[in-house]
Ligand binder design. Structure first.
Ligand code: GTP
Ligand code: MG
Ligand code: ZN
Length: 307
């Protein structure tokens, strides 16, 4: 559920049919990594095996001896350079939904960041939901139009407003909230989970940027069932590990148009067969534009808001 300076907070579910009564309670157990795991990373969302003192009593410490195979893994490439600033990278295992949280204003939306997170989600094979916050400050229409051709589900929320639609999307699933600092991720978690007590802080009025209030990822159980994982605001999202093929696979309607592309085609222009294919009426122009925008989002420096 949480990772903090080498301490892993885990939730232990009672084993079915277990004889010993006192071991049957659902409880939080703090653990450290057993030496035999070496440098293998353990992240929020991982399912692990524990040994040692698994009572969960104060001041006890169990050991994690195994990490179960993951159904999904949200990755950021090692090309990110912001891992020296003490902000934990939001790498989460076993999530089945990635909620891209974007404020409609304060801080302003950055479509390039949304595109990059979408590409990461395609790569990790995690469903996406675009959650547009702070609708009291600006309308959502422009952003919604930009993501319509991609078929990304979206919801629009504001503080104090109804979250019923969001709750419907989250119920029974493991969802991870990702987005820039200050977009309102922890505010959402506090509204969705009673007693979540996630710290929130206002956006810096001078720089227009969030203050990186949350510093580590935490998984919280939803009253409707399912889990929500709050993560620290991201500055960038490395995508060096994602191939052209992976992005293209998210556009099955366009794949056929690439069969006559030159070998190693980037599909970004110059000699790409998709132009002729689209001109012949086989492709939806907005879809092709979206594919190219997502492919292009992989290039160059990770999204870095101006200082
Ligand atoms: N006007 C307005 N402000 C909001 C809304 N949602 C959140 N805020 C404010 O935005 C600021 C940032 O909210 P947080 O929840 O701390 O943002 P965060 O995404 O968790 O930020 P980090 O933890 O730094 O990544 C706070 O001052 C919130 O009160 C909203 O719908 N409308
Ligand atoms: Mg936060
Ligand atoms: Zn091409």
């Amino acid at each position: 559920m949480a990772v903090d300076r080498g301490r892993y907070t885990t939730l232990v579910e009672p084993e079915r049919g277990h004889k010993r009564k006192q071991q049957q309670q659902r409880r939080l157990v703090v653990a450290m990594k057993a030496r035999e795991l070496g440098r293998k990373g353990i992240v929020v969302g991982d399912r692990v095996a524990l040994v040692g003192d698994v009572s969960g009593r104060p001041d006890t410490l169990a050991r994690v001896v195994r990490v179960e195979p993951r159904t999904s893994m949200l990755r950021r490439s090692a090309d990110d350079t912001d891992d020296t600033d003490g902000i934990e990278r939001p790498v989460v295992a076993n999530a089945d939904q990635l909620v891209i949280v974007t404020a409609l204003a304060d801080p302003p939306p950055r479509p390039r960041m949304i595109d990059r997170i979408l590409v990461a989600a395609f790569d990790a094979e995690i469903d996406t939901l675009l959650c547009l916050t702070k609708s009291d400050l600006a309308p959502p229409d422009e952003l919604v139009a930009l993501y319509e051709p991609l078929g990304v589900s979206h919801i629009v929320v504001h503080k104090g407003g109804s979250l019923d639609e969001l709750r419907d999307h989250l119920a029974g699933r493991i969802s991870v909230l990702v987005g820039h600092s200050g977009v309102g991720k922890s505010t959402l978690v506090n509204a969705l989970v009673p007693d979540a007590n996630r710290a929130v802080s206002h956006v810096n009025a001078v720089t227009g940027r969030g203050r990186h209030t949350s510093t580590s990822a935490v998984a919280l159980e939803l009253p409707e069932g399912g889990w929500i994982i709050d993560t620290p605001g991201v500055r960038s999202f490395g995508l060096a590990h994602v191939s052209v093929e992976t992005v293209l696979a998210a556009f099955p309607d366009l794949v056929e148009g690439t069969v006559t592309c030159p070998k190693g085609c980037t599909h970004l222009g110059e000699g790409c067969a998709l132009d002729a294919w689209a001109a012949a009426g086989h492709a939806d122009a907005a879809r092709l534009e979206s594919l190219r925008r997502l492919l292009a989002s992989r290039e160059g420096a990770p999204d870095e808001p101006p200082a």
